[in-house]
Write a protein that binds this ligand. Sequence first.
Ligand SMILES: [Zn+2]
Length: 203
Amino acid sequence: MLRITEGIDVIGSLQYENSSDPHAWMSAANGLIYIENIKNALIELRPSSKEAIEANYETYKAKLVKLDQDIEAEIKKIPVDQRVLITSHDAFQYFGDRYNVRLEAIMGISTEAQAQTSDIIRVTKVIQENKVPAVFIESTINPKMLQQIAKDNKVKIGGELYADSLGDEESSGSTYIDMLWHNTSNNSGCSFTKITPSREFRK
Ligand SMILES: [Zn+2]
């Protein structure tokens, strides 16, 4: 059996004891660990293709290293006290941990749980105290609750993020790299100044 998360620093769930937050792919640094595990497994399964597998791995690795640096640079454009990302479900802790963004979500790491009134009060407080300009909906979650919070606090809806699933083929989140970059450039584009994303590392 192959565990592609082998070697990742696990973040524990804030809501459930003895369980871990599964959204490790949100950090490109973790993506680098995933691809190394996959590369090693492929070589073990087909040693005769070792050279080709290693060459492909190196190409993709370079793209992920660049992505990781680009995300970091992009987030640094946002003033420190405004680096607060508010979402529906708690899918961005690894992203926040890696790139220094504070996360607040209405729901926990599961999309099944019901949001409580206390969660709405907590998130509202964060918006007001930090003068957060926007909240972000997710492509796979009903946006109703977050739209209501945005309306009540007179803040913007900052655009759709990809959390648990890639976007479809025509979307700007159709690959792992595009998904992370979409989530990043969306954030800073909305909460700060309009930034033209550098797209060099795509393709
Ligand atoms: Zn999730």
